[in-house]
Design a protein around this ligand. Structure first.
Ligand code: CMX
Length: 135
């Protein structure tokens, strides 16, 4: 079912200030920035092999990432696992009693489909399931 880690999300207060560490010091390929209005975040993707680091900056005070930053400060926010068929993956987990935040997928960055599982159901790790869109 799970193909790979698509990305690791890291919450930051300022995207432009955070990018140089990953791009210039760690030498990751910077893929650009994008606003994901549905999630109230601006994101930057940096490639690491077949995975990515997704830096997340909140765009509104009621963004889930703003709430996370206020409580924890900057740091790892979520892990995203890629699947071929997100509808099927969610239906299977729902049947198994996993606590879902999103029962139906939402639109994520790069036109992907995404859904979150509740951190209380996943040992404290906010977990995203995603189906790749067009790049
Ligand atoms: N990782 C681990 N635990 C987290 C968490 C995170 N990223 N975010 C919240 N939590 C924990 C909180 O610490 C809190 O735990 P306690 O009850 O022990 O204090 C609990 O979850 C509830 O958190 P809260 O601060 O009260 O916030 P809410 O319940 O309002 O929302 C959550 C929590 C996870 C449902 C919400 O943040 C959410 O829907 N997240 C998914 C969407 C998202 O994060 N989008 C941004 C990124 C999008 C992208 O990648 O494009």
């Amino acid at each position: 079912m799970t193909k790979k880690i698509n990305h690791i999300g890291i919450a930051v207060t300022n995207l432009d200030a955070a990018i140089p560490f990953y791009r210039d010091h760690l030498g990751m390929a910077f893929e650009g920035t994008e606003e994901v209005a549905d999630q109230k975040v601006r994101v930057a993707f940096l490639q690491v092999g077949e995975s990515r680091i997704e830096l997340l900056e909140p765009t509104a005070e009621d963004s889930p990432v703003a709430k996370f930053l206020a409580k924890n400060g900057e740091g790892i926010h979520h892990i995203a696992y890629e699947v071929d068929d997100i509808e099927k993956a969610l239906a299977g987990m729902k049947e198994q009693g996993v606590r879902l935040i999103d029962e139906t997928p939402r639109r994520g960055a790069h036109n992907s489909l995404i859904a979150f599982l509740h951190p209380k159901a996943t040992g404290g790790v906010l977990t995203e399931i995603c189906q790749a869109g067009e790049h």
